[in-house]
Design a protein around this ligand. Sequence first.
Ligand SMILES: [Zn+2]
Length: 390
Amino acid sequence: MARVTHPASASALLRHVRTGRARSRAELVALTGASRNTVSARVDQLIGANLLAEGGRGWSTGGRPPTLLRFNSGAGCVLAVDLGVTSVDVAVTDLSAQVLATVGHPIDIADGPGPVLAEVDRLAQKVLAEAGLTPADVCAVGVGVPGPVEFSTGRPFHPPIMPGWHDHPIPSAFGRYECPVYADNDVNVMALGEMGVAGSVEDVLVVKVGTGIGCGIIIEGRVYRGAQGSAGDIGHISVPAPGGRAVVCRCGNENCLEAIAGGGALLRDAVAAGLPVGSTRELVQLAAHGDGPALELVRNAGRTIGTVLASLVNFFNPHRIVMTGGVAQAGAPLLAGIREAVYGRSMPLAARALDITVSDAPDLSGRLGAALMAIEGFLDEDTVHQAVAR
Ligand SMILES: [Zn+2]
């Protein structure tokens, strides 16, 4: 996904309009500092490419009221695929990520890419038919995957809970669409979903605490993936183990954050403490009902996660941290532990205005993020440049 390189490129102007930062040529001129002629010529090209439309008059600040510009979100559609370990959600959305049709289905990710992606293909055809669309209408596909993915190729890289998926080219499953396919790990995708369509330029950490722990890094509203795409893999940062015991992580190292405070670790500790739970979800529910020992386990996990987040806050100075994933559903007790550690250990300047919250819509952010990843890819610098040059 190319970065916007020129502040007044067609792609940059389009982005300002579709994210609501500018509604007229005059606002685009003010926002970009480009000349009125340059902006007008590029806007005309975008209108010619059917990506922008004119309609209505804005408020005048003296003189003729400006003609309003709006993004033509119906100019195409994208497929959004949220692959989980036990289920998949597929949606077709317009270019503003408005869902036109969606369907979910149980799967077992361990069945491997063949059967799972065949199911995704079937579901994709179903949602397209439901929305009255055809494969030719699809401009891009976005896929969130529960494991590490090399973003440039869309191939999972030794995903620990996806046997058979290593190096499988996920984009090849979408050959019938003849459009770009973007695959990324689910945490980055959820992070995009948490940012929404409004075009926020904030620096945000989206921390998923499920069975494992991962972090999506958002810099000025965009996902930061690092050199190989593994940025934000905070689950394997070393933390002090409670009681000084060594806990071996699934990665082979000792005392990784997720081996001490992830969902799997919580369940292990709950069972060892004799709590009547058979899953992390049941433990989270027990804590939500105010069970003392369950609350204590969740709060301690929050403190451990918080010590790592405190270092990240000192290093990265984000505007906000958003917690998501199954364990984050515990809400208050987890947040209490996290806040205690973060505010206690972060430098005051970084912590002063820091907001730490739980996701409002964890079930939707995967689908929304996959749609936004596809839309951002489709409307990147090169594609928009080609569209307006036609
Ligand atoms: Zn580890």
